[in-house]
Design a protein around this ligand. Sequence first.
Ligand code: SF4
Length: 319
Amino acid sequence: MENSMEKIRLGISSCLLGENVRYDGGHRHDRFLTDTLGRYVEYIPVCPEVGCGLPVPREAMRLEGDTDSPRLMTIRTRQDMTERMEAWSKQRVKELEKEGLCGFIFKSDSPSSGMERIKVYNEKGVPVKKGVGMFARIFIKHFPFLPVEDDGRLNDPVLRENFIERIFVLKRWREMMMGKQGRGRLVDFHTRHKLLILSHSPRHYQSMGRLIAKANEVQIKELRAQYQSILMEALIVKATPKKNANVLMHMMGYFKKELTSGEKQELLDLINNYREGRFPLIVPVTLIRHYVRKYNQPYLKEQIYLNPHPLELQLRNHV
Ligand code: SF4
């Protein structure tokens, strides 16, 4: 399914692609991002420090002062780069509006590109890890709904799956938005994403259901805006083994008549083993996908939950 899609466009800190743009002339090439995820995405590289006109190599910088609005200072010669970086970043995010980005992957620990827990030094030279890189802050403020992550957090399998799931959902959402303006397409999108949403947040699932139920009473533009906002908020909530197991049990209910008691028990065992951390999610999902195909279950075969991202990424293979 996903391979036939046009590639997802993601912004990325240039040094993660292996570009020699760091202050010391080096890079921070991330092989997973280029060699594996790179098969499905087209990267738009952004290096704020080189972009705002600084050379390679250059003097190292750091954030200083107030954690909410720090200054960007060179460490040795004490040059203040704040205005320069801010002006360039504000211009760059406007240009990025045209790129149709579905997310951004930032370089961790950078005073320009880091999205969280960046060191901000106080007047005594003591760092507090509470800052946001200057470009990252402006980007996130400008694109509040876009999924963002950094290379460090993406090493966590749960955060990795969550981020990649969100960028695939956003891509489908954008494609849906490009089509006709009718409510039917939005209702169809929602129907196909129902179980995926439920695996993240039953609370958002309920409020989205209420929104869809009164779809005819809301202006289509307003309906789309409200739906997108709740959708992206819902998907940030982490899917847990407990919530996934509830969704799997729900799906099992569609095969009450078809499965023998032995087959039901086998599936139940797989779900319980997954919930208790002995099997990865891919194990019960694979068996359910098999039954969906075998019995051609019409509602489940459309569920994105069973196929949210390419299998080759192996995002559901961890325990
Ligand atoms: S962390 Fe950001 S500013 Fe630093 S080299 Fe990488 S892309 Fe450039």
